[in-house]
Design a protein around this ligand. Sequence first.
Ligand code: KG4
Ligand code: ZN
Length: 338
Amino acid sequence: EKDVRILAYESSCDETSTAVIKNGREIESLIVATQIKSHQRFGGVVPEVASRHHIEVISQITKEALAEAKVTWNDLDAIAVTSGPGLVGALLIGVSAAKAASMATGLPLIGVDHIMGHIMAAQLKDEIAYPALALQVSGGHTEIVLLKDPVHFEIIGDTRDDAAGEAYDKIGRVLGVNYPAGKTIDAWAHQGKDTFHFPRAMMEEDNYDFSFSGLKSAFINTCHHADQIHEKLDKYDLAASFQAAVVDVLADKTIRAIKEYQPKTFIMGGGVAANQGLRERMSAEIAKLPDAVKPKVILPELKLCGDNAAMIGAAAYNLYRDGQFSDLTLNADPSMEL
Ligand code: KG4
Ligand code: ZN
């Protein structure tokens, strides 16, 4: 069978990325231009700043992705791009670049859902057996997703308020950690103990939904109260206590979902899937399951957990095989749903 080579774009938030992906599995090139430094002094992503940075680098990193893969436009079979969800002005830059490339070359265009992309980072590591179940945890989303096949997804659990990564970033601000705070809090957590016993929301409820705003408030109140009485709290114990609460609810609900749906593969995806505490806990919990319901586990490489175009190219390949193409009316859809 002929190889399928896809040039993919990702610009939904604060990374501009391009990649060339062969057969949905092999990364021939991956370029990630991060803008995090420009947003840090504002304590979060500023949409206008993001759009401007995307425009500045997108042509250059298109050339770089082709050069690194040692291919020309003639070697490509399709152009893929994240069309949502995300920041509308940021998404538009990638969508416009991909449409221009598709129009100029005549190559088919494929609009990709960002969440489907995060989940398909797993496909770049190992073959996914279906049905599969994914825990998708990032700065914008916290979902348990059931995959019937490579292109049919159903969300069975979602967050009612803050996403897990958002909670990390918000409590990070209280501790004086630069945005995005997840990685630092994760490292601190490994040096502390769960001494604060923060609430585990919705653990006992018979659904697969999450809530992190109560945990965030409890954390902030604890810090403010200590401030008022001039008590100094241990930042490592605070981080460890926060992370233990997050990991407990994520692991508990996900294991329950695995027992109910009995998937052949378990996948983690999204920026928070880089969390060492969560990776270790999920692997350990799954190892304890009886063989009959023990899924194969795919944890994507750390650098593919955050936003990148390689995952978009992987997901686009599945859509390509399924004949799901977009036309030049493709638009950025900031609140796109799987
Ligand atoms: O997937 P991503 O790059 O962007 C979105 O689509 O949201 O995720 C970014 C989020 C940020 O909130 C960041 O703090 C969090 O992922 N994150 C982590 C870790 N690394 C990144 N959270 C917890 N532990 C980590 N090691
Ligand atoms: Zn993302």
